[in-house]
Design a protein around this ligand. Structure first.
Ligand SMILES: [Zn+2]
Length: 382
């Protein structure tokens, strides 16, 4: 599994070179650079057999920057598998892949984008309305009060000196508020804390606006069924899949395909999530199609470990590279090797794309099997 944005991109683009299919490629460059100064982009490929089909698989990767490495591997291997006829693309099903939805985050080994925004919470067309809800709903008002109380332990300004004392403090607040209130506070508070480890943004960010415009062009208006799979890592049992769905229709379909055990209903961190890509895109899309969607997660490490890794990396980033002027094309005067080789970068990488061959092989095979199962479901759908 490649753990570098440029290598992933290269493999993805090469994997489609020998496909015996109708292929349409497109991409857009974002006004940001990777650590070597090269531009970063999101790449699309649209494939089908003869005439444009009415049923589509939409496969997206890298909304959370460094979760790209798993998603990209699944996309590239699927393309290679179709080339080698290991996987058969049914005549009445097409595939649209979007590679690296947050390429800056992938290139700089961050989960968030250049604006420190968690794009997994940011696909919202009616932002003012949603923010109003967070300001007026009593549950959210309470959650934000809790967030202010726990702020210094979830978003510390510097590295805690004593690891054990730090863990004890987190444990204390967890006990004080209980798991569901603690988690809900993190979900609600991230709407307003711009330097927070999981800031959700103030409006829909450039990555999502560009992605949405491209999907509107690529997806035929007369599509009848779209199945959107958004590939992620970090949630669930190590090396196993968990499906997170956001609506009843998708829930029903996922249970029919995979069984109840591994499907969870829009309950990341114990509360409903606003702005997840799967639900945001479904609401905003312009076809007449029946639209099913799921977030496909592969487990890596226990959730508290990946949470700490995100937090520690955020401390490091904020100390080294906090960017006040996000419109700058390049980040100047920074020793990128020093920035990228820090222990927090290794830690976050290990928590979202473990280096062990066993995990990588298992994740890839589970990912490919899940995606090909959905292709079969699309083929059988009447
Ligand atoms: Zn993710």
């Amino acid at each position: 599994m490649n753990r570098s944005y440029q290598k992933c991109r290269e493999l993805f683009l090469n994997s489609s070179s020998k496909l015996p299919l109708t292929i349409q490629r497109s991409s857009y460059e974002l006004p940001y650079s990777d650590p070597s100064g090269k531009p970063v982009s999101t790449d699309f490929i649209k494939i089908y057999k003869n005439s444009p089909p009415k049923k589509w698989l939409l496969l997206t990767s890298g909304v959370h920057g460094l979760e790209l490495f798993f998603g990209s591997a699944v996309q590239s291997h699927l393309l290679q598998g179709i080339s080698d006829e290991k996987y058969i693309l049914p005549t009445d099903v097409g595939i649209i892949m979007a590679h690296a939805l947050n390429p800056w985050g992938s290139a700089w080994l961050r989960r968030v984008n250049i604006n420190n925004v968690d794009l997994g919470r940011n696909f919202i067309s009616n932002f003012p309305e949603i923010l109003e809800k967070y300001k007026t709903d009593p549950r959210h008002i309470e959650a934000q009060k809790i967030y202010r109380d726990i702020d210094e332990i979830i978003n510390p300004q510097s590295f805690p000196l004593l690891g054990a004392a730090d863990l004890l403090r987190i444990g204390y607040y967890f006990w004080k508020y209980g798991k569901s209130k603690f988690n809900f506070a993190m979900l609600s508070g991230q709407r307003f804390k711009q330097r927070g480890a999981q800031f959700a943004g103030k409006s829909m960010d450039l990555e999502h606006r560009s992605f949405k415009a491209e999907i509107d062009k690529l997806l035929p208006k007369d599509s009848e069924l779209v199945y959107h799979i958004d590939l992620h890592t970090g949630l669930g049992e190590k090396g196993k899949e968990t499906f997170v769905v956001a609506d009843e229709e998708s829930n029903k379909a996922a249970i029919e395909i995979f069984g109840k055990k591994r499907v969870s209903f829009n309950t990341i961190l114990g509360g409903e999530v606003d702005g997840a890509l799967i639900s945001g895109l479904k609401l905003a899309q312009k076809t007449e199609a029946k639209w099913l969607a799921l977030t496909f997660e592969i487990g890596t490490t226990p959730i508290y470990k990946s949470y700490l890794a995100v937090r520690n990396e955020a401390i490091w980033h904020n100390q080294q590279l906090w960017i006040e002027d996000f419109s700058r094309k390049e980040i100047q005067g920074i020793n990128t090797d020093y920035y990228l080789s820090h222990r927090t970068k290794k830690e976050i990488l290990e928590n979202f794309c473990p280096s062990s061959k066993e995990w990588q092989d298992s994740a890839l095979s589970v990912g490919l099997s899940g995606v090909s199962t959905i292709i079969k479901y699309l083929a059988s759908y009447r």
